[in-house]
Write a protein that binds this ligand. Sequence first.
Ligand code: HEC
Length: 172
Amino acid sequence: MKAETVLLVAAALLVVLALAVVAWQRARSGDGEGGESALGTWAADDPQLGRRAYALCLGCHGPEGRGIAGYAPPLAQAPWLNGDPRAAVLITLHGFDATTEPGAPYYSSRMSGFHDRLADHEIAALLSWARQQWGNRAPPVERSLVGELRRRFAGRDRPWSPAELRAVVAAP
Ligand code: HEC
């Protein structure tokens, strides 16, 4: 093979590789917005999806939902988790910071959101599951509600304060 031919083949291969990288990045950039999973590890119809997705929360909220004293609150009987589903969804999407609340229990860290890691159906399954664990008895969370709130608050990257959540819940 002539040197020019080798160069041409190499150049063609580079172009193909570059196109593949662009296509891959395009596919990834949709993640989180339309509700694609950034993890992609669970089947959407897995009946254990909620329990499996809780793996992302368990480091702080504990395997039994009891939290870690002084660090992260329990999810058993947690008021925001078990109340209006919109608050639970918004906390999961964008995080929670009650450190500004007068008289709020002190937790040494605030929680960051999962909007770029969990798809709509994953958040719905996870919260529906958690709202039925550890003595919790709250109704399931609809996937459509997660999508609606994700779109409504797209671009938000700060955790919610209790005052902000109360405003959303009071005036939907
Ligand atoms: C890095 C630790 C950490 C992880 C991981 C984490 N959280 Fe949290 N979460 C916290 C902390 C800390 C607070 C309380 C923040 C505060 O009071 O300022 C909190 C608060 C909450 C609350 C409000 C509790 C209430 O009063 O009702 C909910 C709901 C919640 N988390 C759900 C989740 C879910 C669902 C996941 C997994 C997708 C998760 N958290 C992952 C640390 C974490």
